[in-house]
Design a protein around this ligand. Structure first.
Ligand SMILES: NC(=O)C1=CN([C@@H]2O[C@H](COP(=O)(O)OP(=O)(O)OC[C@H]3O[C@@H](n4cnc5c(N)ncnc54)[C@H](O)[C@@H]3O)[C@@H](O)[C@H]2O)C=CC1
Ligand SMILES: O=C(O)C(=O)CO
Length: 315
């Protein structure tokens, strides 16, 4: 508990919640706020120096930064992923860290199926062919340029089985897919209802990644994992960049070791203009700019949960 008449709070990257989200529920809390749209790494310490509560969506709070923040009592992450905060260093300094859980299930599952359907049905690529006149030039009433694949009866492999994976499972079953849930790679025992990681690689027609980025999941998918997958398999990463090795993904897609991929998250966001995954983007890769969470409905829930996280900890 902090004496509430003295609380200084900083929101380091309020701009990341979008221009259309009304932040007044947070502004109304009895906290002496400083809201910044974005914060560069070199501005972080100075901006947080007198704060007892700091809110960050994607600004990095590493051990070095935290070591300068002696007043800090609470970090509220305006997201589910906590990989931008050094949790061990925070714990050692007695700083409580809270994230927002369970706000984005519908939204993320919708994006997963949007890209899965694009990779299997190619509606926007066919739409493009119509716009460029290929349909008008055709002798047949329909085109066959992109092979259409039915999802019913196919197997969806889930990596991580928390809130988001369960929402994806729900939609997968509605499409008539079988769902296999991967046990953590290297686990000695396989929990009921789970399958060994390597078995999921071999069996899945589509893999959807929903685990956090940690030391244990960094580079979980490299050349070796892609080689174990079916050549017809698809992989979708809406979790975090870094879980898939991006250079290995480019190779696997170019060599058609797997059939396609979609990533909503990459290792460096936003990317530089010469980011390898983008400049060398294979035609069987879809990249979206970290939008899976970004429906207004999900962001509205996120804000409510963020306010409730702060209130529960401080008041
Ligand atoms: N693209 C986007 O817009 C969004 C991305 N995310 C990302 O999705 C991740 C998952 O979110 P939720 O499902 O809500 O989290 P969650 O905490 O409910 O589920 C994560 C699951 O991953 C499992 N896990 C942890 N380490 C693992 C490992 N080594 N191997 C396999 N599974 C492991 C956990 O046991 C848990 O079941 C977040 O950590 C975040 O990075 C979250 C929201 C939006
Ligand atoms: O909630 C998350 O983890 C996201 O990636 C969206 O910011």
């Amino acid at each position: 508990m902090v004496q509430n008449n003295m609380i200084n709070g900083v929101f380091l990257d309020a701009g990341t919640l979008g221009p259309d989200l009304d932040l007044s529920p947070m502004r109304k809390l009895p906290i002496n706020w400083q809201f910044h749209d974005f914060t560069a790494p070199e501005q972080t310490v100075e901006r947080c120096q007198s704060a007892q509560v700091v809110i960050t969506n994607k600004v990095v709070l590493d051990a070095h930064t935290l070591s300068h923040l002696n007043n800090l009592k609470l970090i509220c992450i305006a997201a589910t992923g906590m990989n931008n905060v050094d949790l061990k260093a925070a714990e050692q300094q007695g700083i409580e860290v809270k994230n927002v859980v369970g706000y984005a299930g519908s939204s993320v599952a919708q994006l997963v199926f949007n890209v899965l359907l694009e990779l299997t049905t190619h509606a926007s690529q066919y739409n493009q062919l119509v716009s460029t006149g290929k349909w008008s030039e055709s002798q047949s009433f329909c085109l066959f340029d992109y092979p259409m694949i039915e999802l019913t009866g196919k197997t969806m492999g889930l990596i991580g089985y928390g809130n988001l994976a369960k929402s994806v499972e729900h939609l997968a079953k509605a499409f008539g897919m079988q769902v296999v849930i991967a046990e953590q790679k290297g686990a000695g025992t396989i929990r009921p209802g789970r399958a060994p990681f390597e078995q999921v690689l071999k069996e899945a027609d589509a893999i959807s990644i929903h685990c956090p980025l940690t030391d244990g999941t960094r580079d979980l998918f490299t050349a070796s994992e892609f080689k174990q997958m079916k050549s017809s398999a698809l992989i979708i990463n809406t979790a975090r960049g870094g879980i898939i090795n991006e250079l290995d993904l480019i190779d696997a897609l170019n060599r058609r070791e797997i059939a396609g991929a979609a990533v909503d998250v990459i290792t460096t966001e936003p990317p530089d203009r010469d980011y390898p995954l983008i400049v060398n983007k294979p035609d069987n890769l879809i990249i979206t700019p970290h939008i899976a969470w970004a429906t207004l409905e999900a962001r509205t829930r996120l804000l409510q949960l963020l306010v409730s996280n702060i209130t529960q900890s401080l008041f």
